[in-house]
Design a protein around this ligand. Sequence first.
Ligand code: PLP
Length: 376
Amino acid sequence: MLPGPTNVPERVMRAMMTHIINHRSDDFVELYTEVIEKTQQVFQTQSDVVALSSSGTGAVEASVVNLIKTGDKVIIPVNGEFSSRLSQMIEWQGANVVKLETPPGQNATFDQVKEAFDNNKDVKAFYVVHNETSTGTMVNYLDKIPDLISRNDAFYVVDSVSILGGIELPVDKWNVDVCMTGSQKALAAPPGISPISISPRAKKYMIENPPPTMYFNLARYFKYYEESKHTPFTPALPLLYAYREALRIILEEGLEARFKRHKICSDALYAGLSSIGFTPFAKEEDRSITIIALNYLEGLEDKTFRNTLAQKFRVLVAGGFGNLKGKVFRIGCMGEVNRYHVMRTISAISSTLAMMGYKTNTQEGLKIAEEKLEDL
Ligand SMILES: Cc1ncc(COP(=O)(O)O)c(C=O)c1O
């Protein structure tokens, strides 16, 4: 139940048990074209897609180095570790960064974003972390951003590393120019592949203004794909096999069904864990569906709590980041998450509380969760 890497189905793990093929062969073309086509379906885009052999940070960095130049103005909401890192990368490019800072657990409102656009007509790009994994917040107005973008003709870039595949994010419909994610989160594949989509106008810009980098130079990926359906560099072949299998599973389930399952499991976890005494860290309207961040109960010690959960119940959850260490813990609700994981997690957490001397009501927590799970 980590916020990534998440559980990987056996079918996906087995897909890696195959020969290492020549990445300049027809076998590779077959593998990679299926990967690209299915990634486009999951991103709901007809634009170019690249499946980078790297962790999510690779795709995030690629989105920055290929679009941002010295002196460019960029607007970005910042309220946690991943949005801070992203804004740092943008600053390192020499950009003029307009940060919309809000306290952790709380998002900048749409009106604040709109005001930033109004006050910065020369903005080159709007970057946003869809789901702030460090604090369990999620931005709910991504569909409204295109209005602002079109007025200023800015690029729209979404880091959806910890949520794409778990919630609606139709890249073309919402005019997202660059969108990136990581294989190890809601896509339920092993870590190591980071897909990124690039709209035609962002692609044009990247080709005309290539960055002085080699590995993350996206123009090179476009060229190789167009010419031969290859990647410019040796890809992580076993991971591509795994990722392809994970994509097949996602599309067999269907995006709608998958989004619904994530939402229901998330509602059940929030409700069940609230009923045994926890309060969510994030403001109600900003709460993430894939990362359930909960405040620790008074005196409940982080290490002992998580070690007991792991050792006695084999349930893994994550602690807090930076200042939130020891104050919150985080549960990943994504990828393969289902009724079984929800019920087992609530039961294990409640039993751990009891073992550590806290009053709890396991039956009540499970009953409330079960009610929420009815529609699954
Ligand atoms: C929102 C977000 N962006 C970027 C990353 C970086 O991904 P990775 O650790 O795969 O490099 C993460 C990782 O958790 C994330 O949650």
